[in-house]
Design a protein around this ligand. Structure first.
Ligand code: C2E
Ligand code: MG
Ligand code: MG
Ligand code: MG
Length: 285
């Protein structure tokens, strides 16, 4: 009987693996046509100055609405795109779309507007990355310091030399690089020294527990001080309460992002809610 149970468990386990890989392959197949079918959309979440709450820019966040599956969260489909070549074409499209909107909004505001775009490890390491970004900078005449590429620690492990060269090439054309989800990895400190980052984005898991977790408060304070000492800009993500916002401002974060200020929304809504009738803010240094 034990043998029988074991066999069933084994069968179930196998079935589960099978289902997962079938689901993944099916998702990849669906995602492959998503761009052409117009199912992808870039949403924008406001970045505000910690000093005065004024709009300084936006982070571009990809959305996929499948006709049958409905809204598929990026945490589910980005890894699938990342495991295939799809991330390169989708990523280039996001970059262009985001920069195009930012250029319109810069013009409408007659002022600076930072656009932050996530780039996954595979996309960042693809051969044409720097050329693609340079072409975008030229096409939309993006001023120095107003396009920020967000990468995660995972990128830095594989080909550190090439990654560093690419970051320097971006720096040379006025494109900055942010270390996203700061604090969730293992070696953030040494990475900050070894790579020419301009910004750190403190992961929202630290911000979330600021109210009742003294250790998270200490970590956030330490992260901000360290960034200050290294001359890095600090963005806090996932700011949901006034208390968190006040704390982060007091500790001298530069930029705040989170539901307290606004969720990611479609471009046309962002234009109405944020770009129109809001004066341009001073950019943080
Ligand atoms: P991320 O780059 O760290 O983006 C921040 C995430 O936090 C977004 O989730 C955003 O909607 C969410 N967020 C912002 N403020 C708050 C808040 O106050 N509370 C909470 N609970 N969440 C907040 P989203 O849009 O689901 O994206 C998840 C991740 O997917 C992103 O994390 C990024 O790693 C990836 N991603 C999204 N778009 C792209 C893209 O175009 N390219 C690549 N490579 N990755 C992307
Ligand atoms: Mg990001
Ligand atoms: Mg993040
Ligand atoms: Mg994340």
């Amino acid at each position: 009987e034990a043998k029988e149970a074991g066999r069933n468990t084994f069968r179930f386990f196998n079935q589960k693996i099978h289902d997962d890989s079938v689901a993944r392959m099916e998702m990849e197949r669906q995602l492959r046509g998503a761009l052409e079918r117009g199912e992808l959309e870039v949403h924008f979440q406001p970045l505000v100055s910690a000093r005065d709450g004024q709009l300084v820019g936006a982070e571009a966040l990809l959305r996929w609405t499948h006709p049958v599956l409905g809204r598929v969260p990026p945490d589910r489909f980005i890894p699938v795109a990342e495991q295939s070549d799809l991330i390169v074409s989708i990523g280039s499209w996001v970059l262009d779309e985001a920069c195009a909107q930012a250029a319109r909004w810069r013009k409408a505001r007659n002022g600076a507007f930072i656009i932050a775009v996530n780039v996954s490890p595979r996309q960042f390491s693809s051969p044409g990355l720097v050329d693609t970004i340079r072409a975008c900078v030229d096409k939309y005449a993006i001023p120095h310091g107003q396009l920020e590429i967000e990468v995660t620690e995972g990128l830095l492990i594989r080909n550190p030399g090439e990654v560093r060269d690419a970051m320097l090439a971006l720096e040379a054309i006025g494109v900055t690089v942010a270390l996203d989800d700061f604090g969730t990895g293992y070696s953030s400190l040494s990475y900050l020294r070894a790579f020419p980052f301009h910004t750190i984005k403190i992961d929202r898991s630290f911000i979330r527990d600021l109210s009742d977790d003294a250790e998270d408060c200490a970590l956030v304070v330490a992260a901000i001080r360290m960034a200050r000492a290294l001359g890095l800009k600090v963005v806090a993500e996932g700011v949901e309460t006034e208390m968190q916002s006040r704390f982060l401002t007091r500790q001298e974060s530069d930029v705040l992002q989170g539901y307290l200020f606004g969720p990611p929304i479609a471009a046309k809504d962002f234009f109405v809610d944020w770009v129109q009738n809001r004066p341009g803010a001073e950019l943080p240094a």
